[in-house]
Design a protein around this ligand. Sequence first.
Ligand code: PMT
Length: 409
Amino acid sequence: MQGSRILLVIGGGIAAFKSLTLIRDLQREGCRVVPVLTRAAEEFVTPLSVAALAGEDVHRDLFDLTREAEMGHIQLSRDADLVVVAPATADLMAKMAGGHADDLASTLLMATDKRVLIAPAMNVRMWLHPATQRNLATLKQDGVLVVGPDEGDMACGEFGPGRAAEPQDIVAAIRGALGPARPAPLRLGPEVAAKPLKGRHVVVTSGPTREPIDPVRYISNHSSGAQGSAIAAALRDLGARVSFVTGPAQFAPPEGVEVIPVQTADEMQAAVEAALPADAAVMAAAVADWKVANAADRKMKKGRDGMPVLEFAENPDILAWVSQLAERRPQLVVGFAAETNDVIANATAKRQRKRCDWIVANDVSAGTGTFGGEDNTVTLISADGAESWPRMGKDAVARKLAERIAEAL
Ligand code: PMT
């Protein structure tokens, strides 16, 4: 599932709230979720909460001139690996079965060339109605995959079949619908013949972390995961076995590495610990220094108790912790330093404070394009001094760093 792109059509039913959990569960599996809301769905979940959770624009209008010029609904339906309709209301199912295309959701369901999975949810009588059962049979004949509905107590007070399938069951159905893992797009250059890191194990952290405020909001940063992915791929190309611990990144992870997706700094530390022992660790992740100590387990509501007051607690410093491990410290620990001023001085002090062997300093101040960009200008700092490299692509930085690591091991 890792790296798959799911186009999620959220229909207008009380079960729309489950789609918020579904988005999060899919992201945990490494999927990118592109949400589409029907007009009716907006009565149940807000575009803002869906956008915040998905980290994507929410698509709502068929006749959105900007988007039509940039991408268009046909493209939207074709770029996906799978189209998922959750919840699929009686009305959406009827539209699909009848071939209607009068809003964005129904139009892209007609236009897609990808598999479609629906998770029906509706009142028990609506589900059992001959019209719905007819539409269901038509959709199955058309090759549409179906998960649920479950049987149980319903929001309307009745009991029976019609409850939306639980998010974990929808995720399992999506996994089945996607089939065997799709090769992720490669972001690296030519095959490297020499394998100096063969037999070596390297742990790489990458991407941002997300610290929840409540189930729909979080604190994060601008890291795209490009630099960390490139490092993992470069180490793999030199023959290393790579454990790639990644926060929610904008890129599919490289092929041929063990991918461990995480969200928070605590999860990242646990994943690094589980991946040890290793010969080297490269910490390119942009880890949040703080987490919200009083994160709410329900969505915080505006206006009820005035402005929310967030309390913060310090996150573990994974780089400092791994550098100071008594027994399982990797032979070589490489940190990164993201600085906005006095880059080399601050990074040098950071290396000493955190006790890593090397630190790769980069300038992330506004206008550098380091976050999310293609290129990077770095200085490699060790106990022997600082070596500034010319500006180059992140892939080239990664290759050069991987070669240095190979020499050092
Ligand atoms: O992902 P991209 O868009 O390609 O951008 C790349 C990058 C700018 C994110 C990357 O090159 C980079 O600089 N990564 C480190 C970002 C960072 O968190 O820097 P820092 O100076 O705050 O942290 C110093 C080091 O401590 C880093 O190795 C970091 O992973 C580590 N750290 C920080 C905090 C924390 N709680 N735990 C940590 O392990």
